[in-house]
Ligand binder design. Structure first.
Ligand SMILES: Cc1cc2nc3c(=O)[nH]c(=O)nc-3n(C[C@H](O)[C@H](O)[C@H](O)COP(=O)(O)OP(=O)(O)OC[C@H]3O[C@@H](n4cnc5c(N)ncnc54)[C@H](O)[C@@H]3O)c2cc1C
Length: 592
């Protein structure tokens, strides 16, 4: 029975990083991978979707875009990733791992996967570990709809590896994945219907982001159906039909399931260690990314950004849990990183947690701080949100001071002739000298919102932030002006509360809070004046939670409509049914 210091279950983004780092530092390390070394991001998710979005922006044909996508995804060949692990000294074992008791994992060989590089377990193989790291990622969940299992359906991974361009595609779920894929397929000529049970796109995020993105999706040709869930699916002679709760019937050739994912926990044998999280639940995790034994899992909230797992000691130990004491023995330290933890399920979160676990395994004591994990949607325009959202503030009783600024007011928007977008910055009225959250939508928002992320994470005082000089002409100037408004407001600058007024006549250098669209505290839904978790300036781990009420009544969102500098503009002609199969509708400047 091979003995290892560290066994990593799952060799995706987080697992590969941890295994390589601790192995390079001299720990004997085995990594068990059931599929592709590297996981979802390089082959089946992030890179493939970003490649297709870029092809759409360039106006490439579908055939060209698919060829480029497959090239970017390495033709699903993980040889190079496996070689990097070998170079780091990691023992790669291909197969499906299952915990069989404290300190032991059994790997079952996967039939048909033997041709991949690296050793495959020919027969079940038992490994012993001192430390176990669970990095098994997440899996898509289909909504419980009558008949849905019987109609032609895609997961996002299937959609991003298939060469097909359906004539009529229905996308279920208008979260980040649903919006990106809806825009991709619509841009290449599919007749796309995007269905979301919530009343707006990107539920859980600041409402203005969903409103502006919804308009952009419509201009790409997407038919948006908001606020009504699918209740029935059936096959028809020509494909399939979905019935919505409001009675609407939608016909299509294929359904794409993008309505949610859950941590991949089933079949792992965690109960052998006294860890009771089941399918659809989050692992109980402490701030060091260590799994807390004997604490039951918590339901994964149905939101694009998940709550941070409960702190240790909140739940009573389960007397029935097998091996209840095992999780605390020397052979039983269990850690978890990436989507399986349900903390802000992004590749950058998986990498962050991986670095924390690697450091802790190598003798340091590092705690995760989730206050400023970016949440991104790479559509055109793109969406970047970070830290506290209005819906989280409403759910937790935090009074937000909100300032907003339309990108249309920047000189860069005039230069680019692309004025779609807006920025909102949030301070906690209880400790208004720092930023606690931000939301932006606009061209390449992910590239110019980094400073806000740093400001939230490092709790940089507003007085310092307002002294930062932004280059002219950049979209980054859209951050500078509202920051000055926020600083004035939080310093008691006498701005009337409840504004939410979008920037009017002020240019980028107009520092007045009115120009920056300042809204006072107390207008967020559910705000009761209580200090809430942010009262001491720290929003704590729960800042990443995306659950809670409708963000619609949050301060500063009254003017969330798409700003229009050019009222005379005609709407983009999206693809029509007869266009199929067709040449891409370029996304950038698609509303010209
Ligand atoms: C369509 C789409 C687009 C996305 N785009 C972005 C983006 O642009 N930016 C971003 O930051 N995030 C994006 N994400 C999210 C990102 O892909 C995930 O957060 C990230 O891949 C999670 O990494 P991970 O290490 O948790 O899991 P993964 O990388 O998924 O790895 C988990 C691995 O565990 C293996 N495994 C599972 N069970 C077992 C077992 N029992 N034994 C052995 N191996 C096992 C699996 O085979 C898999 O390889 C996207 C997601 C989707 C679906």
């Amino acid at each position: 029975m091979p003995d290892f210091d560290v066994v990593v279950l799952g060799g995706g983004t987080s697992g590969s990083l941890i295994a390589a780092e601790v192995s390079r530092a001299g720990r004997s390390t085995a990594l068990v991978e059931a599929g592709l070394v590297g996981g979802e991001a390089p082959y089946l998710a992030d890179m493939a979707s970003k490649s297709l979005l870029q092809s759409a922006r360039r106006g490439e044909t579908w055939e060209h875009a698919v060829a480029r996508r497959d090239e970017v995804a390495g033709h699903l060949d993980d040889t190079a990733a496996a070689a990097q692990l070998a170079e780091a000294g990691v023992t790669l074992i291909r197969g499906t791992g299952r915990i069989t008791g404290p300190g032991t994992v059994v790997v079952q060989p996967n039939p048909g996967k033997d041709s991949r590089s690296g050793p495959a377990a020919a027969a079940p193989l038992t490994l012993r570990y001192q430390d176990l790291v669970v990095c098994t990622g997440s899996e898509p969940v289909a909504p419980p709809v009558e008949g849905l299992a019987d109609v032609p359906a895609w997961t996002s991974a299937e959609a991003l590896t298939c060469p097909d361009l359906p004539r009529r595609l229905v996308v279920l779920g208008a979260g980040p994945v649903g919006c990106e894929l809806a825009q991709i397929y619509a841009a290449f000529g599919s007749q796309v219907t995007l269905i979301e049970a919530e009343p707006h796109v990107l539920p859980g995020e600041a409402q203005f982001t969903g409103e502006i993105l919804g308009d952009a999706l419509r201009r790409t040709g997407v038919d948006l159906r908001l606020g009504s869930a699918v209740v029935k699916a059936e096959t028809t002679d020509e494909g399939l039909a979905l019935t919505l709760a409001d009675g609407t019937r939608i016909e299509a050739d294929r359904v794409l399931l993008a309505s949610g994912r859950r941590p991949r926990l089933s079949g792992l044998g965690l109960e052998e260690l006294g860890i009771t999280a089941g399918p659809g639940e989050m692992l109980p995790l402490d701030e060091h990314c260590r799994v807390v034994p004997n604490a039951p899992g918590k339901a994964v909230p149905n939101a694009p950004v998940k709550t941070v797992p409960n702190a240790p000691g909140k739940a009573a130990p389960s007397a029935q849990a097998k091996g209840a004491a095992a999780g605390t023995k020397a052979t039983g330290r269990v850690w978890a990183a990436g989507d399986v933890t349900a903390v802000a399920p992004y590749t950058h979160t998986a990498r962050y947690q991986a670095r924390i676990i690697a450091a802790n395994l190598l003798g340091s004591t590092r705690a995760a701080d989730y206050r400023a994990i970016p949440r991104t949607v790479y559509t055109s325009p793109s969406v970047y949100t970070v830290g506290m959202s209005p819906s989280l503030a409403a759910a937790t009783g935090v009074d937000l001071i909100t300032v907003s600024y339309d990108l249309a007011e920047t000189a860069r928007a005039q230069v680019e002739d692309d004025d779609r977008g807006r920025v909102e910055l949030y301070a906690d009225a209880g400790s208004g000298d720092i930023l606690v959250g931000a939301a932006a939508i606009g061209p390449d928002a992910e590239e110019w919102m980094g400073e806000v992320t740093l400001a939230i994470r490092a709790r940089i005082p507003l007085a310092v932030l307002t002294d930062v000089v932004h280059a002219f002409p950049t979209y980054g100037e859209a951050v500078g002006t509202p920051l000055r408004g926020l600083a004035q407001r939080s310093a008691g600058g006498g701005v009337a509360a409840g504004g939410g007024v979008a920037a009017g006549g002020g240019g980028p250098e107009d520092a007045s809070p009115e120009a920056a669209g300042v809204a006072g505290p107390g207008t967020a839904a559910g705000a009761d004046g209580s200090p809430g978790p942010g009262a001491n300036g720290s929003v704590g781990a729960d800042a990443e939670a995306g659950t809670g009420g409708d963000a619609g009544s949050a301060a500063g969102q009254a003017s969330g409509a798409l700003p229009s500098r050019k009222p005379g503009r005609t709407a983009h002609r999206g693809p029509r049914p007869g266009d199929h199969p067709t040449v891409t509708q370029p996304l950038r400047g698609a509303d010209e």
